[in-house]
Design a protein around this ligand. Structure first.
Ligand code: DGY
Length: 321
């Protein structure tokens, strides 16, 4: 008899086909609505595997409800929705999807940087509102990108891919990371800086660290105060890495020039959230990896990880320490 797996959201057919070949599959088949908690808890009771996405909290309560659980496979590189320590303590491998979303996420990070610096969202709205009366010297002027200084916080795979794009724009590349990256320093002429120096020197500060207890609200009032008044803050990592009240104040008081945000402390962000009322914020609904090809690859890899886990084989990528 096939083992049961629980898929917590509608996923591409290609990934579902892989799962259905090897398992009895329960799918919460909704595009928009996360699986209700009580249904998740009910469905995992006899499940050997969970295919999860960022919206599901996979914690002790879930593990307690799932005595047959062998594997959790997250369709994301980040696993901050999963109690990794608890999974590890129980000997449950947690799969994730690093690598395949790197370039797509870097593309969006750079697109957000450019859209924010050159006020693309304002400009689109301006023309649609019929406000374009004539060409004018300082109309919708933004910040320079070519040749500017970019400070990348978190020089992992995605940080490096963003640095490559920045090099194409002849940007001066600074970075801050837990450990030095001599390879990136050599190839891209990136220079390491302590965080405070990076914040002081950068025209663009791009946050790309994972969400951990150490990075929780690492960008707060003190950090925004160090940035230049014409600087732009970009976050495509996790919302929890930022103190949103401090960010709002910095933007409102003109301590920094603008922000481009793909992630928020609470997702979905409330449409009435003060940050969304600011004209100098470009906000996106957590879409950094959202190309059709990449999301499909992520789902397929997550399915392969899940199948490996229920078969007792080694996963392609595990997030457990
Ligand atoms: C991830 O993979 O962690 C992203 O945030 C979603 O692609």
């Amino acid at each position: 008899m096939k083992q049961k797996v629980v898929v917590t959201r509608r996923i591409p057919q290609k990934a579902l086909d892989i799962l259905e070949k090897h398992a009895e599959v329960y799918v919460w088949d909704s595009e928009e609505q996360p699986i209700p908690r009580h249904i998740l808890l009910q469905e995992v009771e006899d499940a050997a595997g969970i295919f999860s996405i960022l919206t599901e909290r996979i914690d002790t309560e879930v593990f307690e409800q799932a005595p047959m659980l062998k594997v959790v496979s997250n369709m994301a590189v980040g696993v901050d929705n999963i109690d990794l320590a608890e999974a590890t303590r129980r000997g449950i491998p947690v799969g994730h999807t690093p690598g395949i979303l790197t370039e797509t996420t870097a593309d969006l990070t750079f697109a957000l940087l450019m859209a924010t610096a050159r006020r693309l969202v304002d400009a689109v709205q301006f023309i649609k509102d019929g406000k374009w009366k004539s060409w004018s010297p300082m109309l919708l002027t933004g910040q320079e990108i070519y040749g500017a200084t970019i400070g990348i916080i978190g020089m992992g795979r995605i940080g490096e891919a963003v640095a490559k794009r920045a090099a194409g724009f002849d940007m001066n590349i600074l970075y801050h990371n837990r450990s030095r990256r001599p390879d990136v320093e050599k190839q891209l002429n990136a220079q390491y800086r302590p965080l405070e120096e990076l914040l002081r020197e950068s025209d663009f500060v791009v946050l790309l660290t994972p969400s951990t207890p150490e990075t929780y609200r690492m960008m707060g009032e003190e950090q925004f105060n160090l940035m230049q008044p014409n600087a732009i803050f970009i976050n495509t990592s996790r919302g929890k890495n930022v103190d949103e009240t401090a960010l709002y104040n910095a933007l409102k008081e003109g301590k920094i020039w603008a922000a481009g945000l793909d992630v928020f402390d609470k997702e979905p962000i409330d449409p009435d959230h003060p940050l969304l009322s600011l004209p100098n914020v470009v906000a996106l609904p957590h879409i950094a990896s959202a190309s059709i090809a990449t999301r499909t690859k992520m789902a397929v890899l997550a399915a392969e990880n899940l199948v490996a886990g229920i078969m007792g084989e080694k996963l392609k990528h595990t997030a457990n320490p």
